[in-house]
Design a protein around this ligand. Structure first.
Ligand code: NAP
Length: 230
């Protein structure tokens, strides 16, 4: 069902925003996972992570949030946002609990996670419990993220790691902040995270099969649009 208030707030001119597909805010507080990533491309590891987080943390919904203009990355090295957004759409279409948001890709500004989280709480008038889901390595430098203390306080993290992932790297890089940060970070071991976007891009460039590493529709989209060919 479409929430009119949500539509009015987030439809940019000339384009239908997928925000209208976000779950409707009712009387009950909604528990939502915000799945943040570059998704270049989305793969089975991401999907398994989102589904596992949904079940373990009793999430009503998972919203995939492809990063638009990541403040920490060289824009030229990333596949255009529209391609990454469409691949996400293809990948989640058969899961009723998954949605993709255009919020970050439609933003003309660099997107900081705290700003996205604030907008979601605003969108649901606070009637929302939010978890931010991402890769364990993605949060190595979390203490340099904008307003990270407020971010962690308002939104616990679910960090996906491969089995046997060592916390040593996190400990060394975070130093004295490690204990404080880890109070708000839940680590989730995901065997399928042995797959990575880098691995898929490399295989496409080497003309090797990516079948079963990503949904078939995403695989076909990659070939049709000649993505990742050097
Ligand atoms: P990244 O550095 O490209 O990824 C690091 C590792 O985490 C990679 O192994 C990556 O695997 C994995 N990963 C990334 N997203 C994942 C997900 N949703 N589920 C499971 N594994 C995931 O990370 P990134 O994609 O640029 O950033 C992750 C999120 O953090 C984004 O939403 C970004 O906006 C946010 N972020 C915010 C700030 C800030 O606010 N200042 C700074 C940095 C990042 P794959 O390559 O296979 O995905």
């Amino acid at each position: 069902m479409c929430d009119a208030a949500v539509v009015d707030k987030y439809i940019p001119w000339g384009r239908i925003s997928m925000s209208f597909l976000l779950p409707k805010a009712g009387n009950k507080e909604l528990t939502m996972g915000l799945m943040g990533g570059t998704f270049d491309p989305i793969h089975i590891g991401h999907l398994v992570t989102a589904e596992e987080a949904r079940q373990q943390f009793k999430l009503d919904h998972v919203v995939f949030m492809p990063a638009g203009n990541p403040p920490h990355k060289d824009e030229a090295a990333i596949t255009p946002a529209e391609h990454r957004y469409l691949m996400n759409m293809l990948a989640v279409v058969d899961n009723p609990y998954f949605t993709v948001s255009r919020l970050e890709i439609d933003s003309q500004q660099p997107c900081y996670t705290i700003d996205t989280v604030r907008r979601f709480y605003d969108l649901y008038n606070g009637n929302l419990k939010l978890f931010f889901i991402t890769g364990a390595d993605a949060i190595l430098d979390i203490t340099s993220w904008k307003d990270y203390k407020e971010l962690l306080a308002s939104c616990p993290f679910i960090a996906a790691s491969r089995p046997g992932y060592s916390f040593d790297k996190l400990k060394i890089i975070m130093g004295s902040a490690f204990a404080e940060v880890m109070q708000r970070v839940h680590l989730l071991e995901i065997p399928a995270m042995a797959i990575s976007s880098t691995f898929i891009r490399r295989r496409v460039a080497e003309n090797r099969t990516i079948r079963y590493l990503t949904p078939e529709s995403v695989e076909q989209y990659i070939y049709k649009n000649n993505l990742y060919i050097r």
